[in-house]
Write a new protein. Structure first.
Length: 154
């Protein structure tokens, strides 16, 4: 029998940071038909502060991957806070992962794996992995990773 995402979160001992408030004119989440869209999330620590730095300068690939994992925790917190329950989510559909990186840093897909691997742990491999893009760019407040995603609902 498949476990609910909320049960997996407990089993994994995951602790969510506080869901961030919008930093501009946008909604944190939006439901359209059977889809949940989540605005770009950064790596919020459990104390509410942001992880800051750039891959290739301040972080190596492994450290940046941990920041992407923290973005996943932030996004799960946002879904739970603004939507009510992770158990209403059927699957990850699409992920756009943006990595604040130096021009010579080419490991953006590896970094975004930190997000994708944790989503697979929470929703299961079949439903936790969707289509994905991973790109390098400059990000607001010098955060190392920002990720937006789209989910299908039950």
């Amino acid at each position: 029998m498949n476990k609910l995402p909320s049960e997996r979160v407990k089993e994994l001992g995951l602790e969510f940071p506080p869901a961030p408030k919008p930093a501009g004119v946008y909604r944190p989440i939006l439901v359209v038909d059977k889809f949940l869209y989540v605005s770009g999330q950064g790596p919020v620590k459990n104390d509410g502060s942001l992880i800051i730095g750039r891959a290739g300068d301040d972080f190596n690939a492994e450290e940046a991957k941990l920041a992407a994992r923290q973005v996943c925790l932030t996004m799960l917190s946002t879904i739970q806070t603004h939507f009510g329950s992770l158990d209403k989510v059927k699957r990850v559909v699409k992920v756009l992962g943006m990595v604040n990186s130096t021009p010579d840093f080419g490991q953006q897909p590896f970094v975004i794996n930190g997000f994708s691997e944790l989503m697979a742990d929470v929703f299961g491999r079949e439903h936790g992995i969707g289509v994905r893009s991973a790109v390098g760019m400059m990000l607001p407040d010098n955060i190392p990773v920002e990720i937006e995603a789209m989910f299908e609902l039950h």
